[in-house]
Design a protein around this ligand. Structure first.
Ligand SMILES: *[C@@H]1O[C@H](CO)[C@@H](O)[C@H](O)[C@H]1NC(C)=O
Ligand SMILES: *[C@@H]1O[C@H](CO)[C@@H](O)[C@H](O)[C@H]1NC(C)=O
Ligand SMILES: *[C@@H]1O[C@H](CO)[C@@H](O)[C@H](O)[C@H]1NC(C)=O
Ligand SMILES: *[C@@H]1O[C@H](CO)[C@@H](O)[C@H](O)[C@H]1NC(C)=O
Ligand SMILES: *[C@@H]1O[C@H](CO)[C@@H](O)[C@H](O)[C@H]1NC(C)=O
Length: 404
């Protein structure tokens, strides 16, 4: 209460004569300059005080936030310096987790996942020792009845050379012990209806999840009824050494091929572009990222490739033929028996699993071209479809015939 009065007194009596800091208007120009300096100083100090007070609020806010989210926060250490506080010394931009996520579960939508998976480094060199991996992608409804055979296939192999992904129907939980290579290898899945585009959605979802691991170089699609007919070192060398991807792609003039073409796909996809091929593909990393990144052609297939069209038999063969034909071997590495014309391929039961049969898949006396200039007797690395009761005879033949 006394302050305003004394200020007023000072203003009236002493200001002009003493030329001291004053709140009164002064005519003298040096006093005006001083006044300006002082008021700037006052504003500056007030600013600092406001800044400190509010940053201590931010400080408290971030501390609470960090408690729940365990994220790093920016702190004021009290001397006006800012630094990054990592409470648990966690490397939040961890290179290790970026190039190879530890867990496969995530809450990304397909749109978010496909976008992330389509990111391709501009740099050719990797800042780490990159051992190319083969991603084994299992598309299954439920259990993997031939899992013991696959366990044997992977037994003792270098874990830096392969990774496993399982897309099962939502709600299904693969029941394996924590010592299995299939432990925690299920990816977030969605419902799949065979013969519809949701099947290709699932294939692309497998590709996208596998692309998140930057070491994955080859991506092979498998099912619960597939078996490997060669051992891991042979499969690994064959795939990583190939300059082509293995997607069957051919022009089928019958109603099962061109007959499924829809003219409304014009002008983007012409009848002459239309190709057919086995669903069981193998792609290199470049093509895998390209397929995940494609929206234009996939949307056309989703819209016009139904009913009785089967996008899983036409989308990849057509898309690769149109733009990446020279990168494709145009054949599949998964043997399927289509010798009898039927909606489903031949199924092999326990009685069908004989030495001669397995040998005929491994070496069918037909030669396949490999890296253009070479021919090889090895055309198939995998085979289907095998029923669960074929497991026992397969296990008893595996080490002698298939060397695993
Ligand atoms: C998982 O497998 C174990 C051992 O094979 C078995 O005891 C258990 O009941 C299974 N759990 C489920 C949910 O199937
Ligand atoms: C695997 O499971 C067993 C028992 O279920 C447990 O004792 C062991 O610690 C687990 N190992 C790992 C690496 O989690
Ligand atoms: C596969 O087919 C494409 C045409 O779609 C062709 O350009 C390419 O040379 C073929 N690949 C091989 C290895 O013959
Ligand atoms: C499996 O073996 C049975 C009995 O010999 C035979 O009838 C059937 O055609 C075989 N299946 C295939 C796909 O070869
Ligand atoms: C090659 O595979 C076909 C189809 O399974 C079979 O009929 C034929 O006998 C096989 N040829 C050889 C030489 O094994």
């Amino acid at each position: 209460m006394a302050m305003p009065k004394s200020i007023r007194e000072e203003k009236n009596d002493d200001a002009e004569s003493r030329s001291q800091p004053s709140y009164a208007p002064v005519k003298d120009s040096s006093s005006i300059n001083l006044l300006r300096v002082v008021s700037v100083l006052i504003i500056f100090v007030v600013g600092i005080v406001i800044g400190l007070v509010s940053s201590s609020h931010i400080n408290r806010y971030f501390t609470a936030e960090q408690f729940y989210s365990n994220k790093a926060a920016i702190f004021n250490d009290g001397n006006g310096k800012f630094f990054i506080n990592t409470r648990k010394r966690e490397d939040c931009l961890s290179m290790k987790r970026f190039i190879s996520p530890k867990y496969l579960s995530h809450s990304m939508s397909d749109e978010e996942l496909f976008w992330r998976a389509s990111l391709v480094p501009k740099k050719d060199e990797f800042p780490f020792d990159r051992v190319p991996k083969v991603a084994f992608m299992f598309l299954t409804r439920g259990p993997l009845p031939l899992l013991p055979l696959w366990e044997r296939f992977f037994q003792g192999q270098d874990e830096n050379k392969f990774s496993i992904y399982v897309h099962a129907l939502p709600g299904f939980q693969l029941n394996v012990t924590n010592s299995s290579v299939f432990y925690r290898r299920q990816i977030p899945s969605r419902h799949v209806e065979w013969g519809t585009a949701s099947l290709v959605d699932a294939e692309r979802r497998l590709l996208a999840n596998a692309l998140l691991d930057f070491s994955n170089e080859r991506f092979v699609l498998l099912s619960e009824s597939c078996i490997p007919v060669y051992n891991f070192p042979t499969v690994y060398k064959y795939l990583t050494g190939s300059m082509h991807s293995f997607v069957e792609s051919y022009d089928d003039l019958t109603r099962y091929g061109r007959g499924r073409y829809n003219r409304r796909m014009q002008p983007h996809i012409k009848l002459g572009d239309w190709r057919k091929g086995s669903q069981w593909f193998e792609l290199n990393r470049y093509l895998a990222a390209t397929v995940v990144a494609d929206t234009k052609y996939y949307t056309i297939f989703k819209k016009y490739c139904w009913p009785s069209c089967y996008p899983d038999e036409h989308y990849l063969p057509t898309f690769l033929h149109m733009f990446y034909g020279s990168m494709n071997a145009n054949r599949t590495v998964t043997y399927v028996d289509w010798s009898v014309i039927a909606p489903h391929p031949g199924t092999f039961r326990a009685v069908n699993v004989t030495e001669g049969f397995i040998e005929s898949i491994r070496n069918n006396a037909t030669a396949c071209s490999y890296n253009i200039e070479r021919m090889t007797d090895v055309c198939y690395l995998f085979a289907r479809k095998f029923t669960p009761d074929a497991l026992e005879p397969l296990l008893s033949l595996s080490s002698k015939l298939m060397h695993y």
